[in-house]
Design a protein around this ligand. Structure first.
Ligand SMILES: NC(=O)c1ccc[n+]([C@@H]2O[C@H](COP(=O)([O-])OP(=O)(O)OC[C@H]3O[C@@H](n4cnc5c(N)ncnc54)[C@H](OP(=O)(O)O)[C@@H]3O)[C@@H](O)[C@H]2O)c1
Length: 345
C-alpha cells in the first residue's frame, strides 16, 4: 500500500552522489522517495522519475519557502548540500537549517552526507583548510551535539568518488610516450581513500533500515585507501595498458587543467562578493594536503560487517566497471557547465 510507506526527502538526489542513494532507497519498494531538484527535465531527474516510488519535486534546495513545501508529508531526510555551488558559509547554514526543519516537521530520521573536518584533524594548521570539507564537517559536529530522540540522526562521511577516476582524477596520455597513461596527483606516497558510489548508496539505505545502529553514528566510508602507485599498478594489471604515477606539486596540479581558473571562487551559484569564499587554489590545496598527510581513517572491519557485498578494492572496481582510464561525465555540476563558470571576484 503506497500510503503506508515511509517517505524520504532527498536533497542533492540528482547528483553523482545522490542518484545511487535514491536508487538504493527506492529499491524493494519499502520507501517512497521525493527528490528536490531545480530542474525536473534534467537527464538525472528524468532517469529517477521513471523509478517506481520516486517523485520529482521542483524547487531550490536553498530557499526556506521551497523547503517548507518539500518537507510536508515526509518521514525521513537524506541531505547532500552542494558546497561547490554555495560555499562553506551557506553550506553550514543550510545543513543546520535543514536539520531544524526536519525536527519541526516531526521527521523520524535525518541522514547527513558529511565530509572530513580537515582543519580540525590538522590541528587548525591553515595548510589543511578546505571549505567544502570543513563546511560539511562543522554541520556534522553540530549534529553530533543533538539528541538522538525524538528524531534519529546519522552522518555518512565520504571521500573522493572512485568514479572521479573517469573525470577529475582521470589519467592523461604521456606526451613523450602516447601508449602510456599518467595518473598525476599531489599525493606523494600517501594512501588516499576512494568510494564506489553504488556502495555509498547502499550504506545510506542501511542507515535508514537500521536506526538501532545508525542513530547517532558518524560512519566514515570508502572502498579502499590506496596509494596512487598501487592504483597505477592495479590499472595496468587489470587493463594491460601501461601507466605510471606522477607525484606532482600543488603548483603543477593547478596547471593540469582540472580547473579552468584556479583563482576563481568556490561557490559558483552564489555572489562572489563574499570574502569568506575560498579560491579554488586555496580550497584544493587544503584538500590535497589533507589526503597527502593521511589525516583521516576508516574502520574497514565495520564496513565489511555493515555491507558484506561491498566492493573491497580499486582493482575489483576496475574489473567490475571495465574501467579503461577513459574520460566520462560524473558530476552534474560539470555537465551543467560549472567547471568553466568560475568567475574571479
Ligand atoms: N566530487 C567528489 O569526489 C565528492 C566526494 C564527496 C562529497 N562531495 C560533495 O558532494 C556535493 C556535491 O554533490 P555531487 O557530488 O552529487 O555533485 P553533482 O553531481 O555536481 O550534483 C550537484 C547536485 O547539487 C544540486 N544543487 C542544488 N542547488 C544547486 C545549485 N544552486 N547549483 C548547483 N547544484 C545545485 C543539484 O541539483 P539540481 O541541479 O537537480 O537542482 C545536484 O543534485 C559537494 O558538497 C561535495 O563537497 C563530492
Amino acid at each position: 500500500m503506497p500510503s503506508s510507506k515511509g517517505k524520504i526527502l532527498v536533497i542533492g538526489g540528482t547528483g553523482a552522489q545522490g542518484v545511487p542513494v535514491v536508487k538504493s532507497f527506492a529499491s524493494g519498494s519499502k520507501y517512497a522517495v521525493r527528490v528536490l531538484t531545480r530542474d525536473a527535465s534534467s537527464s538525472s531527474a528524468s532517469e529517477l522519475a521513471v523509478i517506481p516510488g520516486v517523485e520529482i519535486f521542483e524547487g531550490d534546495s536553498y530557499d526556506e519557502a521551497t523547503l517548507r513545501k518539500a518537507f510536508v508529508g515526509i518521514d525521513y531526510a537524506f541531505v547532500n548540500t552542494n558546497g561547490f555551488a554555495i560555499g562553506e558559509k551557506a553550506e553550514i547554514y543550510w545543513g543546520i537549517r535543514m536539520y531544524e526543519l526536519a525536527r519541526e516537521f516531526g521527521l523520524k530520521h535525518f541522514i547527513y552526507a558529511g565530509l572530513e573536518y580537515a582543519s580540525k584533524l590538522g590541528n587548525f594548521d591553515p595548510k589543511y583548510r578546505c571549505g567544502h570539507l570543513d563546511g560539511k564537517a562543522k554541520v556534522t559536529d553540530y549534529l553530533s551535539a543533538q539528541p538522538t530522540t525524538p528524531m534519529a540522526w546519522s552522518v555518512l562521511t565520504s571521500c573522493l568518488y572512485m568514479e572521479g577516476l573517469s573525470e577529475v582524477l582521470a589519467p592523461h596520455p604521456d606526451p613523450n610516450n602516447p601508449g602510456t597513461l599518467i595518473f598525476a596527483a599531489p599525493l606523494g606516497t600517501a594512501k588516499c581513500p576512494l568510494i564506489y558510489l553504488k556502495d555509498y548508496g547502499d550504506y545510506a539505505r542501511w542507515m535508514l533500515d537500521t536506526p538501532a545502529r545508525s542513530n547517532g553514528l558518524v560512519l566514515h566510508v570508502a572502498t579502499e585507501d590506496i596509494s596512487w602507485k598501487d592504483l597505477t599498478a592495479a590499472f595496468t594489471e587489470v587493463t594491460g595498458i601501461k601507466s605510471v604515477y606522477k607525484d606532482i606539486t600543488l603548483d603543477e596540479y593547478f596547471k593540469l587543467g582540472v580547473f579552468e581558473d584556479p583563482e576563481a571562487k568556490v561557490g559558483h551559484s552564489v555572489t562572489r562578493n563574499d570574502p569568506t569564499l575560498f579560491t579554488i587554489r586555496e580550497n584544493y590545496s587544503g584538500f590535497w594536503n589533507t589526503w597527502k598527510d593521511e589525516l583521516t581513517k576508516r574502520d574497514y572491519k565495520l564496513l565489511d560487517e555493515i555491507l558484506p557485498t561491498r566492493v573491497k578494492s580499486v582493482k575489483e572496481w576496475m574489473k567490475k566497471t571495465e574501467y579503461k582510464g577513459k574520460s566520462a561525465p560524473v558530476l552534474k555540476d560539470y555537465r551543467d557547465g560549472a567547471r568553466t563558470r568560475g568567475v574571479r571576484q
